[in-house]
Design a protein around this ligand. Sequence first.
Ligand SMILES: Nc1ncnc2c1ncn2[C@@H]1O[C@H](COP(=O)(O)OP(=O)(O)OP(=O)(O)O)[C@@H](O)[C@H]1O
Length: 263
Amino acid sequence: MSCPPPKPASLTLDSLSWGNGILHPVSLTLAPGRILGVLGANGAGKSTLLRLIYRFHAPQTGRVLLDGQDIHTTPARQVAQRVAAVLQEQPTDFALNVAEIVALGRAPHRRALSGPSERDRHLVDHALDRLDLQAFAQRPFGTLSGGERQRVMVARALAQEPGLIVLDEPTNHLDIRHQLEVLRLVRELGVTVVASLHDLNLVQGFADDLLVLRQGHPLAFGSVCDVLTPDLIARAFGVMAVARGPARFDFSLFNDTRQELSA
Ligand SMILES: Nc1ncnc2c1ncn2[C@@H]1O[C@H](COP(=O)(O)OP(=O)(O)OP(=O)(O)O)[C@@H](O)[C@H]1O
């Protein structure tokens, strides 16, 4: 069965704010298929922004427009058909096995009380393949390592066929090979992505655009090479960054001849 890839969504944040100063108004537009990295020191407001985008928080001011439609006035189920979130908090339903957790990604697309269709099963199987999880399919989720669980969460998002994926520190818990593999996979999906990342080297090979937050204020938004300067790093993180050219090691996957991602 062939499943055409989901259509990437356009995303506009229009004067979006939350929590009486926890997040000051943010405005930006991402064209379909763009990858936005969200950077900032601990407590800068990254997760808060992401929660507004996946419709967990309602905005204090402003709007989140997905393909021009305000997600906070759109039924939750309809939004869930287009937006997937991979979060730091993972499901606590440890008794479900890996295939069952990934199948939860199909829930927004299924009619109430109906069982999984052949297409649902195919998409779950495909997601398990892509994340190299077939060997874990029947294992209870609670028995997996932190990194394996993180891959399951990405597989669940993939099975959801979203137009926008929101990822909160997606490389948390992952070793260097799995960091590169997950980021490459997310890039290859061709969907629009908003991801918070702490690793300034990884973000350079992954994101197209960057939004930098400081104490809840948007500090900069633009292409990675325009935004990620020593001056910006000093203002956002309070550290001195010395440009040394490439990092001391450039990491890439053995089968990745394009050397897209380096850390
Ligand atoms: N529901 C809430 N009530 C009160 N304060 C909150 C709430 N949610 C977040 N905050 C505060 O808002 C600030 C921004 O939090 P947020 O989690 O968005 O930061 P972050 O940039 O994701 O940080 P980190 O890198 O540490 O994950 C923090 O000071 C946090 O304590």
